[in-house]
Design a protein around this ligand. Sequence first.
Ligand code: ZN
Ligand code: ZN
Length: 126
Amino acid sequence: MPKSAHKIGALLFCPDCGTLLDLPEADADSVTCEQCGFVEPASSYENIVITTKSHPDAFPSALRQKRKTQTKVHESGETRTIVSEQCPACGHDEAYSVNKQMRSADEGTTVLLTCVSCRHGWRLNN
Ligand SMILES: [Zn+2]
Ligand SMILES: [Zn+2]
């Protein structure tokens, strides 16, 4: 099996060096690790991409500042809990839940779920 990125919530991390991988460009078919050059296929994001509507202003300035030197800022401001949701991929009934409050109220809350067992990721919109 080829190596693939580690998924944590909606984020992918390089399996070689642990760097947070950027989201793929709209028409790109892969993402390259800035640190070591590892290439992750963009298809890995299919189940978990939720940030297409977000823009730099969605992050408080303190976090944006931090991003210049530290790549894991996206974890800030998220709360992760284990909830009982059935995984659509393997049927396991526990998943990590990450609540993301969207900036505008009418976008509501998106709950990101990651299967505890198989790491399949999906999302629920309230
Ligand atoms: Zn890397
Ligand atoms: Zn699963």
